[in-house]
Design a protein around this ligand. Structure first.
Ligand SMILES: *Cc1c(COP(=O)(O)O)cnc(C)c1O
Length: 394
């Protein structure tokens, strides 16, 4: 609404629309459709003479639109389209853009469902995908086929080993080859990553994670130029059915209000927990981009100005030791969501990445002793005590 608004002001007010009642809180428009005063007005809306009017909730809804405008403003994008889940956003962004004969270059370290879309689905429709080590700029360069490579896809911080991709460098390589840069930005959070400023064309979120932040609803969003969102993505999404429901949009709108406060508090605690774990003799390694020991600490600080809200650490003694630590936790919950107010421990090798063959797990650093921690809003001292109690058992 105002170009001068800072992040926290945007998160509270941007995109708000009020009905004739002037309600303070954002209203949930739980309606599939809209009534037109006359046949002429129905005709006019379908002709899209005014792009702001609503026809059918699969195409758009006032509550969903409020959320789209709020996140687009936060990302610094012209527009956004909200989807039913993060995977509807990832698969929608890719399939809306690509056609048979196109080529995609993608980082290898991906969320399991993203890997399924790129590895299994796209190939069935004649799109070829080359996987590269996301941190190796020479590999990105070598994989590009100018004119044929239509998209580059990567998670700006990978799951679960927290490897960063240099968004500015990979975007420059992709743009030289004429490819669009699509970034899955979930692990970096919308607060710590300015992917668009660094050159990304399209930014995708699972709003299930930090944006909801309280584990209530599945959702996703694609942010980009008005041209990409309205001309390429919207026709595909609105006709294939992956739109966000108004009720979910209302949850996400409310999540946005506290997003900056929560991400910063969680990252502050993550740094404290990582510092407390680092050097513990029972651990083989502690991975946190905010620690100087992280191989890409400099890039993390330049790209995110924070280490983020996720930690990974490897317990000596493999799966048995990792399970002992996880089972001893009282405050920290065993689950596989992330970005939640509740701190969550995940054993990737047996859950989120179970499907991968052993050699691929080894290549991605997903060892039997690896535990992924999504740091929440609890007291950092309580979290450290919880983890130390588990470690004392091995
Ligand atoms: C969770 C997640 C997704 C998928 O989001 P859903 O909302 O579960 O569909 C995609 N990418 C990353 C990096 C994720 O963490």
């Amino acid at each position: 609404m105002s170009d001068t608004w800072k992040t926290r002001t945007k998160l509270v007010h941007e995109g708000s629309r009020r009905s004739q009642y002037g309600e303070m809180a954002e209203a949930i428009f739980l309606t599939q459709g809209f009534v037109y005063p006359t046949a002429e007005s129905a005709e006019a809306r379908f002709l899209k003479t005014e792009d702001d009017e609503f026809i059918y909730a699969r195409y758009g809804n006032p509550t969903t639109r409020m959320f789209e405008e709020r996140i687009a403003a936060l990302e610094g994008c012209e527009d956004a389209f909200a989807t039913a889940s993060g995977m509807a956003a990832v698969s929608g962004a890719l399939t809306a853009l690509l056609r048979a004969g196109d080529h995609v270059v993608s980082a290898r370290a991906l969320f399991g469902s993203c890997l399924y879309v790129l590895e299994d689905v796209l190939g069935r429709f004649g799109v070829e995908v080359t996987f590269v080590d996301g941190a190796d700029l020479d590999a990105w360069r070598a994989a590009m086929r100018p004119g044929v490579t239509k998209a580059v896809f990567f998670e700006s911080m990978s799951n679960p080993t927290l490897e960063l991709v240099d968004i500015a460098a990979v975007s420059a390589i992709a743009h030289e080859a004429g490819a669009l840069v699509i970034v899955d930005n979930v692990f970096s959070t919308p607060i710590f990553s300015r992917a668009v400023d660094l050159g990304a064309d399209v930014v995708v979120y699972s709003t299930t994670k930090h944006i909801d932040g309280q584990g209530r609803a599945l959702g996703g969003v694609v942010c980009g130029s008005r041209e990409f969102i309205r001309k390429t993505l919207e026709p595909y999404m609105k006709h294939t059915g992956g739109s966000m429901s108004p009720f979910t949009a209302w949850i996400m709108l409310n999540g946005m209000v506290t997003l900056d406060l929560r991400c910063r508090a969680m990252a502050d605690s993550a740094l404290k927990v990582a510092q407390a774990l680092e050097g513990d003799a029972r651990l083989a390694r502690v991975i946190y981009p905010g620690l100087e020991s992280h191989a890409q600490h400099g890039l993390a600080m330049a790209q995110m100005a924070s280490g983020g809200t996720m930690i990974a650490f490897e317990v000596k003694g493999g799966k048995d030791a990792a399970f002992k630590v996880i089972n001893a936790l009282e405050v920290i919950k065993i689950s596989n969501n992330l970005g939640d107010a509740k701190t969550i421990a995940t054993h990737p090798a047996t859950t989120t990445h179970q499907r991968l063959p052993d050699d691929q797990k080894a290549q991605l650093g997903i060892t039997p002793g690896l535990i992924r921690l999504s740091v929440g809003l609890e007291d950092a001292g309580d979290l450290i005590a919880d983890l130390k109690r588990g470690l004392d058992l091995i």
